[in-house]
Design a protein around this ligand. Structure first.
Ligand code: NAP
Length: 240
């Protein structure tokens, strides 16, 4: 039976690299986009990704999204919770709209989508979930406090759920990227990015492919005995 994967935020950056990598490995991949329709259509043309539009801040629409996933894929072998947004600023200066958006997209959608897609995995006694967390969820970032909270919670979800569903044959892991060159970090500017690269023991920033390769390993049989883990992909910037 063909293996299937559902990747959120597949239109750009890390999610795009994950979708491309899994498609190249023979997975039938369905990927969400929110705004970047042209980008996902290009990915559909080049890699056969099945696109689906989803604004993950609209958490009431998640059951409909899960149904669309089953209608297209039949079953989900791999779920990659990747889509997220970030917002920089002092903790006390964040608006309630910014805070609500961050928690809805980065945390509530991850929790609810996982809960919705889990039952058929439980019935089939198989499945892999990979949550894209962040180095800042591991250590905390000044001026990205709420973002750090959402990612720390995603790590807690990963560990707790792995314990609960391990006996049912489902593995749950997280990948915590350091600074990766994507649109999410572009706003930092070249000077800051250069400084971050210099501070990194491996002397460079990460690429989306660096992260995608670890996701690809985690969902493979080679990682059959790995669950409940957080794999840092940060060039040595943070050594836990
Ligand atoms: P990115 O380049 O900004 O791409 C974000 C993706 O998420 C896009 O596909 C975007 O879709 C989607 N998205 C954003 N808001 C959404 C919403 N409201 N509803 C649905 N989809 C939405 O980000 P990235 O750097 O690839 O980040 C991917 C993951 O890695 C995230 O979980 C991020 O927190 C994590 N991460 C990144 C870094 C880094 O340095 N880049 C570091 C640590 C962790 P559209 O383009 O279609 O709108």
């Amino acid at each position: 039976m063909i293996k299937t994967a559902f990747v959120t935020g597949a239109s750009r950056g890390i999610g795009k690299a994950v979708a491309q990598t899994l498609a190249a490995k023979g997975y039938l991949v369905m990927g969400t986009y929110c705004q970047s329709r042209d980008a996902i259509e290009a990915l559909a043309a080049s890699h056969g990704i099945i696109p689906i539009q989803a604004d993950l801040s609209q958490t009431d629409a998640l059951p409909e999204l899960a149904k669309a996933v089953w209608d297209k894929l039949g079953h989900v072998d791999v779920l990659v919770n990747n889509a997220a947004c970030s917002c920089m600023g002092l903790f006390q200066c964040m608006t309630s709209e910014q805070v609500r958006l961050l928690y809805r997209v980065n945390l509530i959608a991850v929790v609810e989508l996982t809960r919705l897609l889990l039952p058929p995995m439980l019935s089939r006694h198989s499945g892999c979930i990979v949550n894209i967390a962040s180095m800042w969820g591991e250590t905390g970032a000044s001026c990205e406090v709420d973002y750090s909270v959402t990612k720390g919670a995603v790590l807690a979800l990963t560990r707790a759920l792995a314990k609960e569903v391990g006996p049912s044959g489902i593995r749950v892991n997280a990948v915590s990227p350091g600074t990766i060159r994507t649109d999410m970090t572009a706003h930092l500017g070249e000077e800051t990015l250069h400084a971050l690269a210099e501070e990194t023991p491996l002397s460079r920033l990460g690429t989306p492919q660096d992260v995608a390769d670890v996701v690809s390993f985690l969902v493979s049989e080679k990682a059959a005995y790995i669950t409940g883990q957080d794999i840092p992909v940060n060039g040595g910037f943070l050594c836990l």
